[in-house]
Design a protein around this ligand. Structure first.
Ligand code: ATP
Ligand code: MG
Length: 504
């Protein structure tokens, strides 16, 4: 071989063996140099082949599931190692993305479970509300019902009548409060419709004050009231909701003021515009006060200043949440100033319409109507009424009301007994409670409506229940009740319904 040929071959081989990481293999141009370059080339090819096989095997493993196995890096630091290093960085990134994805999935699962839990809680809350509504309304029904009956008694003195009226009004007020507490969610959802009727502020406040009289006397609290003479006799607005605000604030002031303390209450006409009178109610007590950093929290539902508030003073922490929501609803303003161990001053300013053409005193005359019910009948003694009611006090109340209107009545303890009594006797009407043991009111009414005897299956049935949800009213209609009355019922209204259905 010519020297020039060796040179040409060496040039090609050196180009092929060239590596920027490494010194050249040979520098001469002898035949031995040529051989050394060739041997090196062969060894290098074998080494790379082995390495590539290794990488292919690794990739195959990856496809079999070992995604995050890193590529092997040799000490050669050649181009394959650089590629593998690049891949390994990529794998690390991928791995952290997958970890993040798993974390996200975990968070999603937790969120899903939380959502399920809150749905369950919300339905438990609904159930609780509905049964609480029932439990509270039932005894209240008796209180209001018997008071209504006593008021109509001609033998009572004027003073007794006045006292009974106070019980009745307080009972009615309590009913409004229970309804609204049960419907706090409704207030929050903005589903409360405000009334707009004219009312006398002094009278409204007097009723509230009468209801707290006993507590005030018991605690020997100096209770001072000032009503600005510039406030008009009649205001237009929602007296029940307004009362609810006042009641909650007065109740708090009395509750959190120790014996022999002072509570100052004032109503002032703070300003007026073309349409409104802005009435500011201010209540100042010398009670335990609220630490500054706690003031903003007390308007949240179920929040009390300290853990032992409920134990020491009672309450659930709902009052001020209702006050705040109602004040917002009435477009009013609320301000609290308080100092621990000194006392609290709360101001609520509410705009009331100056003039309200739709306003009427109907709400009040309606209340008075209960006292002066014109339909005190004397000729109802032919009418036999079957009353299905399991609660003993309610049985007594319905019996007394029906006797007052001269109806005959027979009591069934539950739906099953009502059906049996109806099969054996003739009645003109049934008063049916809904929640009863053995057989409930819905089921009993369904059975009655399917009876073959035409006179029995078409008997007028009035549902009388303490559960007051829209779904109950709808269900009553579907099942075939002729009318619906919620407890506590107004005796005059019950009488009217009976007359509508039986006497016609
Ligand atoms: P509820 O009103 O449901 O019967 P409550 O009175 O505890 O219970 P809120 O009326 O909402 O609940 O009041 C929340 C908390 O604010 C109270 O528990 C009490 O810690 C504090 N608070 C409210 N009014 C006063 C006050 N006049 N003086 C001192 N603390 C008060
Ligand atoms: Mg309260």
């Amino acid at each position: 071989m010519q020297n020039t040929d060796i040179d040409k071959l060496l040039l090609i081989l050196r180009e092929m063996n060239f590596d920027e990481y490494r010194d050249p293999i040979t520098t001469g141009n002898t035949f031995q140099d040529l051989l050394n370059e060739l041997y090196f080339f062969k060894k290098e090819k074998e080494r790379k082949k082995k390495k590539i096989d290794n990488i292919i095997e690794h990739i195959t493993n990856c496809f079999c599931g070992n995604f995050f196995n890193k590529f092997p890096i040799s000490s050669d630091e050649d181009e394959l190692d650089v590629i593998c290093l690049g891949f390994n960085t990529y794998i690390e990134e991928l791995q952290s993305v997958v970890v993040m994805k798993e974390e996200l999935e975990e968070i999603n699962t937790k969120l899903f479970l939380e959502k399920e839990r809150s749905l369950q809680l919300s339905s438990a809350k609904d159930e609780f509300m509905s049964s609480m509504s029932h439990e509270i309304r039932t005894p209240l029904n008796a209180i209001i019902g018997f008071t209504n009956l006593l008021i109509q008694n001609k033998d009572i003195t004027d003073l007794q009548k006045k006292q009974l009226n106070t019980i009745k009004k307080s009972g009615d007020l309590l009913m409004v409060i229970i309804n609204d507490i049960l419907n706090l969610s409704k207030i929050e959802a903005g589903q409360i419709n405000l009334e707009n009727i004219s009312f006398d502020l002094s009278d409204t406040f007097q009723t509230i004050q009468d209801a707290f009289e006993l507590r005030i006397t018991e605690k020997n609290i100096a209770f001072q009231v000032k009503i600005d003479s510039k406030i008009p006799d009649q205001l237009s607005g929602d007296p029940n909701r307004y009362s609810q605000i006042l009641i909650n604030l007065i109740s708090n002031a009395i509750k959190f003021t120790p014996n022999n303390g002072t509570i100052k209450v004032s109503f002032t006409l703070s300003r007026e515009d073309e349409l409104h009178h802005y009435i500011q109610f201010e209540i100042q007590d010398t009670g335990i006060g609220i630490p500054g950093h706690k003031i903003s929290g007390i308007f949240e539902p179920f929040v009390q200043v300290s853990d032992d508030t409920a134990r020491k003073y009672g309450g659930t922490g709902l009052g001020l949440a209702i006050v705040k929501k109602l004040t917002e609803l009435m477009k009013g303003e609320l301000d609290v100033q308080s100092e621990a161990n000194i006392g609290t001053t709360i101001k609520v300013t509410i705009p009331f319409y100056k003039e309200n053409r739709q306003a009427s005193s109907s709400e009040y005359t309606k209340e008075e109507n209960i006292v002066a019910d014109k339909h005190v009948p004397s000729s109802n003694n032919q009418i036999n009424i079957l009353v299905a009611e399991d609660n003993l006090i309610n049985q007594e109340l319905v019996k007394a009301v029906l006797a007052f209107y001269n109806y005959n009545c027979i009591i069934a303890e539950n739906g099953q007994q009502a059906i049996e009594l109806l099969q054996e006797n003739d009645f003109e009407l049934i008063l049916m409670d809904i929640m009863m043991p053995v057989l409930g009111g819905y089921e009993a009414t369904e059975i009655i409506r399917k009876m073959t005897d035409k006179r029995k299956n078409s008997i007028p049935i009035i549902a009388l229940t303490a559960i007051v949800t829209d779904s109950v009213t709808q269900k009553c209609q579907q099942i075939g009740f002729d009318a619906y009355l919620s407890k506590p019922f107004d005796p005059a209204e019950l009488n009217q319904k009976i007359r509508d259905l039986v006497i016609k």
